[in-house]
Design a protein around this ligand. Structure first.
Ligand SMILES: Nc1ncnc2c1ncn2[C@@H]1O[C@H](COP(=O)(O)OP(=O)(O)OP(=O)(O)O)[C@@H](O)[C@H]1O
Length: 291
């Protein structure tokens, strides 16, 4: 469904040009979920924002069903409908003045979906799908919890009947329990709607639970990508190992004396230190729930 080839993303021009992504390629099939992980500033958002059409790549190819994917403003309505995005801060992405019902109804109005009665039925369906109780329909975003706001954002995205949902840190602003609930919801939606997903996350539990594949980015370079079962359980790059250690069990990882020393001295971390970290991970953090 989606083919990304050698995608390069630059910000700025001339002397001040900064390359945020140095070439990334992957394929995504209907219903397939790919996680994008990496430390802050590694280029994850740039990648998914390019797919969403919010950032124009410097070079490379993005194809949807074999057709070139232009920037958002040049996308035909059907292509816009197919790719929807959910952002990190659910509060900021919802109109504070509108009630939940109106927020979810808006894309239906824009796409000319049925009359008021049919739209009301569809809004109720979308609220049920995203496990939002109908009593919330009359509330405004400020009267909702973080998890409820993110469900409203997901319901609004689903109103367009997308085939690809891009979630950029969509779980990060939520507390751990709510993250679990929303990630379960996304997994269910993926199964029920055969929705493909590209999701940026720092949370390895969600990656493990939701993703089929993972792409690990370090300073704009893809250092590892493949099936979650290979990359997370048998990481090849030192960076992935460190990332896993830090994400899964930072205290244990940092209490590894070799790693702590190497980090303190600002040194490149030795293979031996990384092996220690991997032992910690294999010792349980990855297999059980780290938190
Ligand atoms: N609009 C922009 N103009 C200039 N530089 C940018 C712009 N957006 C991002 N960058 C830079 O590109 C690099 C990659 O940023 P990006 O947001 O893709 O990283 P990220 O991995 O998603 O980070 P985070 O996890 O903190 O959101 C960073 O160095 C960032 O400062």
């Amino acid at each position: 469904m989606l083919q990304i080839r050698d995608l390069v993303i630059d910000y700025g021009k001339g002397e001040s040009r900064f390359r945020a992504l140095h070439g990334c390629s992957f394929d995504l099939e209907p219903g397939q979920v790919m996680a994008v992980v990496g430390e802050s500033g590694s280029g994850k958002s740039s990648l998914v924002r390019a797919v969403a059409g919010l950032v124009a790549p410097a070079s490379g190819e993005m194809l949807l069903d074999g057709q070139a994917l232009p920037p958002l403003r040049k996308r035909p309505p059907e292509t816009r409908r197919i790719i929807q995005m959910v952002f990190q801060d659910p509060g900021a992405s919802l109109n504070p003045l509108h009630r939940v019902h109106a927020i979810i109804e808006e894309p239906l109005l824009v796409t000319g979906y049925g009359d008021a009665a049919r739209r009301a039925v569809r809004v109720a369906e979308l609220m049920e799908m995203t496990q939002l109780s109908t009593d919330l329909a009359r509330r405004r975003p400020r009267e909702l919890s973080g998890g409820q706001k993110q469900r409203v954002a997901i319901a609004r995205a689903l109103a367009m009947e997308p085939r690809l949902l891009i979630a950029d840190e969509a779980l990060s602003a939520l507390d751990f329990t709510t993250q679990d609930h929303v990630s379960r919801l996304l997994s269910d939606l993926r199964r029920d709607l055969n929705l493909a997903m590209l999701f940026v996350s720092h949370d390895m539990r969600s990656v493990r639970r939701m993703a089929d594949d993972v792409c690990v980015i370090e300073k704009g370079h893809v250092v590892e990508q493949g099936a979650v079962s290979d990359v997370l359980y048998n990481p090849k790059s030192a960076y992935t190992r460190l990332l896993l250690a830090a994400a899964l069990n930072p205290r244990a990882a940092l209490s590894d004396p070799r790693l702590a020393e190497a980090l303190e001295n600002g040194e490149a971390v030795s293979e031996e230190a990384l092996k220690g970290v991997m032992d910690i991970i294999r010792g349980g953090a990855l297999m059980g729930d780290a938190r």
